[in-house]
Design a protein around this ligand. Structure first.
Ligand code: ZN
Length: 618
C-alpha cells in the first residue's frame, strides 16, 4: 500500500541489501533429501479446491496426485499417512505479496506453496525463478512475479529505493510491457494511485496510459493487475479492461453498482484485507503472534512487524468499506482471490494468509468460499493449471490441518504437514531453529556485560586506532556484501573534536548500481559482529561529526527489529558539531537488544568524506 507516511514500507522494501547481508541461509536450507517418494493420505476430509469430500484417500506418486477415492488400493511399499480427523487442502496461493529475503520460506512453512509477487527486485525474481526451474528450493513457495511495476515518474512504487523504469505516455506502454516480459515478468502490475486517499499527493498514470498498458499486456497474452487507492480509480481501472484489482479501496462505501461493474467486465478482485486493516491503523497481525499454532513458526522480526500498522492518516481510511465491498462482490459472483500484501506492516509471509481467510469469512464468505479464494480461484485466474485443486495429475502441493476449517476457518493454522511437489516440508527443524535463534538472542542479552561496556564512551580514537572501549571496534561496512560496488576506507586521522588528538575518517565512493547502496563504519556492542547487547541503561547516541557538508545516516540494528535497520540522518559540515539522537527515535527502541550501530554514506551516488569522534552512549 502507500501513504505519505511510507517510512515503514520504505524500510521493508528499501533494505533488500541488508536482507542479503544478514540473512543466515544455513538456518533455512532444505534437507538434501528431496526424494519424491510415494505415499497415500488416508481417511482425510478433503477440500479439493471447490468442494468438500467427507472422507477420501489421496495417493501421491512422483510429486503428483495419482488418485483420489475411497479405500484406494496401493502397493505395499507406499507409505501410509493416517489423516483421520484431519482436513487435506491444496497448497495455498497468496495472490499479493512482495517476495524477497526469507519470505518464500516463511510462506511454505504456513502451507502457502505458491506466491504471486506483485513487485520485487528483478534480479531476485530472475534468480529465484531460475533456481526453481532447476528443481531447487522445494522448501520455498513457488514464485510467480510481476517483477517491476508500471507507475508514473515519482509515483507509488518509486519510493522504496529500488530504481525502476517509469512511464507517462501511451506510446511508451508497449515497449515498457515488452521489456518486463523480456525480464521474466509473469503478468503486468500497474499502479493507479495519486495518494489522495491517504491525505497526500503523488503523480500517477493517466487513463490513456493505463488503457495502453492493459492493451499492451493483453496483446502479449499477459494479465494486467492494478493497484488502486480510491473507488473512482477502481472503476476507471475496471472500465479500462484490467483483469483484476490488487487491492480494495478504503475511501468510501461501495457504490450500489460497483460489484456489477466488476462482474460485467469479468474481472477478479484481490481485496488484501490484512494490509487494509493496517492502513486503517489496526495491527492486523497482532492476533497471529499469540496464536499457539502460529507463533512458534514466526521469526522475531515477523512478530515485530505483525504488531505494527501504518500510522493514522488524516483521511481516516476504513477497512469496513472493503469488507462491505467483499460482501457485494460475493453476491455478484465476482471471483475473490486471497492476498496479503506481505511483508507490509501488520503482515508476514504465510501466516497472514490465514488471517486473510479469517477476514474474508468475517466479510461474509463461507469457509469453502474463502478456501476457494486461496486455491482454485487464483489458480484459474492466473492460469496455474497444475495446482490449486486436488485431482489426478495435479501437483502434490498439499496442506494437511487438524480439525475442520469448514467449521472454523482458523483450523487452517493447526498445520500437520505441508508438501510441495510431494516433498514434505521439515517444519519441525525450522521451528527448532527459530526457537534456538530466539534463545540465543535472549542469552546474548542476558550475558554479563563485556568488560568496559559500562563505559559511556565508545571511542575517542585517542589511542590512534579504530578500537572501541567495548564491543567489536569500528569496521568498514559496504554494500559489496549485497552485490554492490560502493567502496570505503576508514582511518584514524589527526585533529579530533574537543581538542582531541585523533578522529576516525570515513571516505568512499557510493556506486549508483544499488538503489540501497551504502558504505561506512559499523560498531557492534557485543563481542562479535551483530551480537546483541542490553544497552537500555543508556538513552541516546551522541557523537561529533564534520565533513564535506553531505547528509549521512546513523543506522541501528536491534534483534527485535530484525534485519531492517532504523535510521536517522545528520549533516557533516566544515566544523565539528555534536549530534545527540535518543534511542527512542530509532523505531522506538529502548536499547535492550542493540546489535549494531553504523555511520554510513549513501544511497545517493558519489564520493563522500566525513569524520566522527567522541562517540558515546549515554
Ligand atoms: Zn503490494
Amino acid at each position: 500500500m502507500k501513504s505519505k507516511n511510507l517510512s515503514a514500507t520504505f524500510r521493508v522494501m528499501g533494505w533488500v541489501g541488508f536482507y542479503l547481508l544478514l540473512t543466515a541461509p544455513s538456518l533455512f536450507l532444505a534437507s538434501a533429501d528431496h526424494a519424491h517418494s510415494a505415499f497415500v493420505i488416508r481417511h482425510a476430509r478433503v477440500f479439493d479446491g471447490h468442494k468438500v469430500l467427507a472422507q477420501a484417500d489421496v495417493w501421491v506418486d512422483a510429486g503428483k496426485i495419482k488418485a483420489i477415492g475411497q479405500d484406494l488400493k496401493v502397493p505395499s511399499d507406499v507409505k501410509v499417512v493416517d489423516a483421520t480427523g484431519d482436513t487435506l487442502l491444496p497448497g495455498l496461493i497468496d495472490a499479493h505479496t512482495h517476495a524477497f529475503g526469507n519470505g518464500l520460506k516463511e510462506a511454505e512453512i504456513f502451507g502457502v506453496t505458491t506466491e504471486l509477487d506483485m513487485f520485487t527486485d528483478v534480479r531476485y525474481m530472475q534468480q529465484t525463478k531460475k533456481d526453481q526451474a532447476d528443481g531447487k528450493d522445494l522448501d520455498l513457495a513457488d514464485l510467480r512475479s510481476a517483477g517491476t511495476l508500471a507507475t508514473a515518474p515519482g509515483g507509488h512504487g518509486t519510493e522504496y529505493g529500488i530504481k525502476i523504469p517509469t512511464l507517462s505516455t501511451p506510446a511508451e506502454a508497449q515497449p515498457w510491457v515488452d521489456a518486463r516480459i523480456a525480464e521474466g515478468s509473469d503478468y503486468i502490475k500497474i499502479v493507479i494511485d495519486d495518494a489522495s486517499a491517504y491525505g497526500s499527493h503523488r503523480p500517477t498514470l493517466d487513463n490513456a496510459t493505463l488503457k495502453a498498458l492493459v492493451d499492451a499486456a493483453h496483446k502479449r497474452g499477459k494479465l494486467a493487475v492494478v493497484h488502486i487507492g480510491r473507488q473512482v480509480d477502481a472503476r476507471m481501472v475496471i472500465e479500462a479492461g484490467a483483469d483484476g484489482l490488487a487491492h480494495l479501496f478504503l475511501d468510501t462505501a461501495p457504490d450500489p453498482d460497483f460489484a456489477h461493474l466488476v462482474a460485467a467486465h469479468h474481472a477478479f478482485v484481490v481485496p488484501t484485507l490484512d494490509v487494509l486493516e493496517s492502513v486503517s491503523n489496526i495491527a492486523s497481525g497482532e492476533s497471529l503472534t499469540t496464536d499457539p499454532n502460529v507463533a512458534p513458526y514466526l521469526t522475531a522480526e515477523d512478530i515485530t512487524n505483525l504488531k505494527r500498522s501504518f500510522p493514522p492518516m488524516s483521511t481516516h481510511p476504513s477497512e469496513k468499506y472493503a469488507e462491505q465491498t467483499v460482501a457485494q462482490l460475493k453476491a455478484a459472483h465476482v471471483p475473490i482471490l486471497a492476498g496479503t500484501d506481505a511483508p507490509n506492516p501488520g503482515t508476514s509471509h504465510g501466516a497472514s494468509l490465514h488471517r486473510e481467510l479469517e477476514l474474508l469469512v468475517r466479510s461474509g464468505l463461507t469457509p469453502e468460499e474463502a478456501l476457494t479464494s486461496a486455491t482454485s480461484a487464483p489458480a484459474a485466474r492466473f492460469h496455474l493449471d497444475d495446482r490449486g485443486v486436488l485431482a489426478p495429475g495435479k501437483r502434490a502441493d498439499l496442506l494437511l490441518v487438524k480439525g475442520d476449517p469448514m467449521e472454523d476457518i482458523k483450523a487452517t493454522r493447526d498445520i500437520v504437514s505441508v508438501w510441495k511437489v510431494g516433498v514434505e516440508d521439515d517444519r519441525a527443524t525450522y521451528r527448532a531453529s527459530l526457537e534456538k535463534a530466539k534463545q540465543d538472542a535472549e542469552k546474548a542479552i542476558q550475558a554479563p556485560p563485556a568488560s568496559g561496556s559500562d563505559a559511556l564512551l565508545v571511542s575517542d580514537f585517542e589511542d590512534g586506532t579504530p578500537n572501541a572501549k567495548f564491543g567489536t571496534g569500528w569496521m568498514l561496512s559496504t554494500d559489496s556484501l549485497a552485490g554492490g560496488k560502493s567502496t570505503g576506507d576508514i582511518k584514524v586521522v589527526d585533529g579530533g573534536a574537543n581538542g582531541g588528538k585523533h578522529a576516525l575518517e570515513i571516505t568512499g565512493l557510493i556506486d549508483a548500481g544499488l538503489p540501497y547502496a551504502w558504505s561506512g563504519v559499523m560498531f557492534s556492542p557485543g563481542p562479535q559482529a551483530f551480537g546483541a547487547m542490553d544497552l537500555s541503561s543508556r538513552k541516546s547516541i551522541s557523537f561529533f561529526a564534520k565533513g564535506d557538508g553531505q547528509t549521512y545516516r546513523v543506522l541501528v540494528f536491534t534483534t527485535s527489529g530484525g534485519r531492517i535497520p532504523a535510521q536517522q540522518s545528520f549533516t557533516a559540515g566544515a566544523d565539528w558539531k555534536k549530534t545527540t539522537i535518543p534511542f527512542a527515535s530509532f523505531n522506538g527502541t529502548d536499547g535492550h537488544d542493540i546489535m549494531a550501530i553504523l555511520f554510513v554514506g549513501g544511497p545517493a551516488a558519489g564520493k563522500f568524506d566525513f569524520e566522527i569522534d567522541d562517540v558515546k552512549l549515554e
